[in-house]
Design a protein around this ligand. Structure first.
Ligand SMILES: [Zn+2]
Length: 392
């Protein structure tokens, strides 16, 4: 058999006998491979019947093609069982070859709509959708029984108005989604956590300051260290300080320009901006002290990848700050002090660790695009299937 037939057909073991038609190509092929009994692997067979199988094949220069091949019904002389001939790349009862299904799925995935595909190659749009979904099911099966990653990030994201939130479990070392689960409460996550394989090998769990996730993690990932997520901690600190600023100066708080100055990183400020901010801080009594404290706290929280001795130096400063916050006479800062105290261990681990849930937030962005592309999902399982296949 010349190798060119293999390359042309993208299927092993076939020989092209005839090519018919111009716009719609029919390739008459012969199968030259050996046929064996699927039950006892004997090759002593008797032909009982013959028939022509016509299956859709790949596009040739944008033209659809079909394969026509002779198939047989055999009787095995070894075990006496009957079977129809099986060909590589063509599954039983399918009316298209595997390369064809793969090609159509790929085109659809890369932006060809079902409508344009069905107009161009004369395939029903329901068929395109079915093939596309079949592909996801196959890919998803490959992902089943996967072991739980050692560094995971847990975060919530919005799914639908009817079904509410979903929880993402991300693999932070490989920057991939491990799984998504509907709901964000302990009862809704319990069945998922129970079934996880290798959860005792999880070393680190990164999460925002959510009490539910902390208790879930303590219960199900007993060997893991919980690390607070830097992004969420700093966001919380900023929110509470801005609220306190609002208590001191209601009008200034609503000023867009001042808000942008107050939130800006001191190193990223121009000279005139710094002067403006200083002028404003001196106008409101007490605001400058709070601002300085806020910037100190943020500087501390931004530290990462420290070694043990460096951590030992900054932890007393951090604990002192918490105590000061609790003593301050502003209610938002007191709340912040209590929150930081209850999470002090998780936050202290943040100094040594560099991974954050920024990776998970990035994956949320991608997941939102998957949802938008499908014009939203109603069925969570369908959504989960796509997220697992496309983000992992
Ligand atoms: Zn047999």
């Amino acid at each position: 058999m010349p190798p060119s037939d293999n390359i042309l057909l993208d299927l092993p073991g076939f020989k092209i006998v005839d090519v018919i038609g111009n716009n719609k190509i029919t390739l008459r092929v012969d199968f030259e491979g050996e046929i064996k009994c699927p039950y006892c692997l004997s090759s002593r067979l008797r032909v009982k019947d013959s028939f022509i199988r016509r299956v859709r094949h790949v596009l040739y220069g944008q033209r659809p093609s079909w394969l026509e091949l002779k198939a047989h019904k055999y009787c095995c002389r070894g075990c006496g069982k009957y079977f129809n001939s099986k060909f590589p790349g063509i599954k039983p009862r399918m009316r298209a070859t595997e390369p064809c299904r793969f090609e159509v799925t790929k085109l659809h995935h890369n932006g060809w709509t079902q409508r344009s595909l069905s107009q161009h190659i004369g395939l029903g749009s329901a068929t395109v959708e079915r093939w596309y979904q079949d592909r996801f099911v196959v890919k998803n099966k490959e992902l089943q029984n996967a072991h739980c990653p050692r560094v995971i990030g847990i975060d919530e994201h919005f799914f639908t108005r009817k079904q509410g939130y979903a929880t993402t479990v991300a693999d932070l070392t490989r920057h991939k989604v491990f799984d998504v689960v509907l709901g964000r409460s302990e009862p809704s996550l319990r069945p998922f956590c129970r079934k996880l394989i290798g959860k005792d090998k999880v070393r680190v769990v990164v999460m925002d300051l959510s009490e539910t996730y902390r208790s879930i993690s303590k219960k199900h990932f007993s060997n893991a260290l919980i690390v607070a997520d830097r992004f969420h901690v700093i966001r919380l600190v900023n929110q509470q300080f801005i609220k306190t600023w609002g208590e001191l100066d209601e009008v200034g708080r609503r000023h867009r320009g001042l808000l942008s100055l107050m939130r800006r990183h001191p190193d990223r400020m121009r000279e005139d901006q710094r002067a403006n901010l200083n002028k404003y801080l001196n106008e409101i009594p007490g605001l400058k002290t709070i601002y300085m404290f806020w910037q100190d706290l943020n500087r501390l929280l931004r530290m990462k990848r420290l070694n043990q001795s460096q951590c030992r130096k900054i932890i007393p400063e951090y604990l002192w700050m918490i105590e000061e916050l609790k003593k301050i006479g502003f209610k938002h800062l007191q709340t912040l002090g209590h929150t930081l105290e209850s999470w002090r261990e998780e936050i202290a681990r943040m100094f040594r660790f560099s991974k954050t849930n920024g990776i998970t937030e990035g994956l949320h962005n991608k997941m939102e695009m998957i949802s938008r592309r499908a014009y939203g999902f109603r069925n969570f399982e369908n959504y989960r299937l796509r997220v697992r296949v496309l983000c992992s």
